[in-house]
Design a protein around this ligand. Structure first.
Ligand SMILES: [Ca+2]
Ligand SMILES: [Ca+2]
Ligand SMILES: [Ca+2]
Length: 319
């Protein structure tokens, strides 16, 4: 039941969902899917038929009150605010601020988008999870290099905050979605990757060694009952729950063939480095790694704990 996902991880720079017909600023409501490329929805407000300026001079933002302690992405509903703008590149900066639109910046993302002709859902992934305080107001501030409009509702009923255009306006809510990550990032993860690429299909080999330390918020790992997934570049492989066996040294071992891939994996506690530190070793044969090249993003997920690191793999062609 091992799954091999050779599909590229498609981190769309932005996802567009067209929601408007007719007047350029009028829009119909479309619900985004519950899980997008990155994260799970926490807060959202999807109503309104207006749009308001996003230029820095407009000081535009939306308050929101998260129920979770991190934010990894937002969706904004944006539209060109001038008839000549659609299709032109526009730089959009999203700041996540504490408490008010003048509060400290907790995280920021700048992305170039093609100015949408109609109100469109645009996805912004932050480079790393932004820590939030659940139950407390934060602000999504939006600034653009050319004048876009941000879809808005002048009779907004989002309960977790208000829209801001220069001043907070209790009647205003902008259209937005916030996403959080439910995985706990490793505190450290240092993989060494060796690839041996053969001339034929399914004759490549992968060897990986890594020490990792779980994040401070972790609830621990249990490879006996949790999926273990390793991603290297566009290749990924999952050793399903119930595959590992406990070893006398307190570690876990898997040896077997899954979907024709010969696989040996071992997770060993490293008590000398602390209770949350482990080594992970994996050797596998009969892979198809064609097209892989440095640097490679390497990601190890054990249950809801995850580490990611971009490394230079040792790649040797096999003769
Ligand atoms: Ca509101
Ligand atoms: Ca090959
Ligand atoms: Ca866990």
């Amino acid at each position: 039941m091992l799954t091999i996902n050779k599909s590229l991880k498609t981190f769309g720079k932005f996802c567009l969902v067209l929601v408007t017909v007719g007047l350029i600023l009028s829009l119909t409501i479309t619900s985004p899917s519950s899980v997008r490329a990155h994260g799970t929805i926490d807060q959202s407000y999807l109503f309104g038929t207006a749009a308001l300026c996003t230029l820095p001079s407009c000081l535009t933002g939306q308050e929101f009150t998260p129920t979770v302690s991190n934010l990894v992405a937002v969706d904004l509903f944006l539209v060109s605010f001038s008839p000549t703008l659609p299709g032109s590149p526009v730089s959009v900066t999203v700041n996540i601020r504490a408490a008010t639109i003048a509060g400290s910046i907790l995280g920021t993302k700048t992305q170039i988008i093609a100015a949408p002709a109609v109100v469109s859902q645009v996805h912004f992934d932050f480079d790393s999870p932004i820590p939030l305080t659940p139950g407390v107001i934060h602000v999504i501030q939006v600034q653009s290099s050319s004048n876009l409009g941000w879809g808005a509702d002048f009779c907004g009923v989002y309960p977790g905050g208000v829209g801001i255009q220069v001043f907070p306006n209790p009647c205003l809510d902008f259209k937005f979605v916030t996403y959080f990550s439910s995985v706990t990032a490793f505190a450290s993860f240092s993989p060494q990757v060796e690839l041996s690429l053969g001339p034929n299909l399914n004759d490549d080999e992968l060897e990986l060694k890594a020490n990792f330390t779980l994040g401070s918020q972790t609830n621990g790992i249990n490879p006996l009952t949790e999926d273990v997934t390793l991603g290297v570049g566009s290749f990924s492989i999952t050793i399903p729950a119930d595959s590992f066996e406990a070893t006398p040294d307190g570690g876990f071992k898997f040896e077997g063939t899954i979907d024709n891939i010969i696989l040996e994996a071992k997770i060993t506690p490293l008590p000398s480095l602390g209770l949350s530190s482990f080594s992970f070793k994996l050797e596998s044969e009969n892979l198809n790694l064609s097209g892989i090249s440095n640097p490679v993003t390497t990601e190890l997920t054990i249950g809801d704990d995850q580490g990611s690191s971009t490394v230079t793999a040792e790649i040797e062609p096999e003769n």
